[in-house]
Design a protein around this ligand. Sequence first.
Ligand code: FE2
Ligand code: FE2
Length: 354
Amino acid sequence: MPTPRIPDAARREAERLLAAGATSREVTARTGLSAGSVSKIRNAGGGPPAPAAPDPVPEAAIEEMRKAAGPPGEDEWEERPEEVWDREAAKARKAIRKAKEASTFRWAAPGKHLLLTVLSDMHIGGALVDYDRMRADAELIRDTPNCFAVLVGDQVDNHIKHRAAMLNGEMAPGKQYMLFEYWLRICGDKCLVVTSGNHDDWTVAHAGVDVLGRIVRDRRVFYSPNEAWLELAVGGQKYTVGVRHQYRLNSSFNQTHSVKQWMRLGDREFDVGVIGHHHEAAVESTLYRGRHRYVARPGSYQITSGYSDQLGYNHSVPTCPTFLLRGDGHAITAWNSLKDVAESVRAVTELGVK
Ligand SMILES: [Fe+2]
Ligand SMILES: [Fe+2]
């Protein structure tokens, strides 16, 4: 294809501009000629010669750069991305399976019926803790046939999140855990399941060590941080119990509101749901999807604290909601505490109810 001829007028104007020191780009813009045509005019002597190319980088320096970059094709990472991906995928599969499955304790309870008592917020080592009642409840659990305990967090005060609170506390976390182990022994090892609470989780967050998990697993207690499920066979009946330390959607006017929302919005249905953390006791029977269920919140053995006092919370009552799961029919009866079970049974017997 023949090269288009450069019009004379445009050529002359380009030569004039180049001679005046204009750049190729300026000439292109002013004359409407293509960059190639301007270059041709410049090379033919129109204007000053283009600046010489800079000195090339010495070959020795290029060789040093090559050496620093490593052999050709080698990545900056030690492993190939597909290896890292496969390993992370395998780890994630295991963690997802564990998250879905590892929180469930499945058990065929012995005996005709089962008494399950749920304790929370013991806060061993905190201020104003009712150690007498805590011990009495442990002894009741130990001495009551077919009665087993579930703990739902804040077993010890472990105030390591707030340095000042820990420094001003009377008992170091190590000693608190020692007393917690002692309490488990008083229980006669009738504790089935333990979850962590926010106070227990502070050690995990700050030190990366789950001290509570280590203690209870050593004692062969089923441990699941934050939330646990019990799928129980009692006689011929099956019951699902869900427990967790905290949940969203709390109401200061209705302590069981949060438990009911968990029942409605959560992944799993339950016959009994218990949530700790709020230190205000409540036990309520409710009908949901045609079945009677119980929603409850334990109190706390820590009667009050500087924080509670400051914010105007009422004093706590150390209650441990207790549920009789019957094996001769799907029926649940509940009390505010294990102590109430024996007392109400005695009173009913005195009335002559048979
Ligand atoms: Fe608590
Ligand atoms: Fe808590």
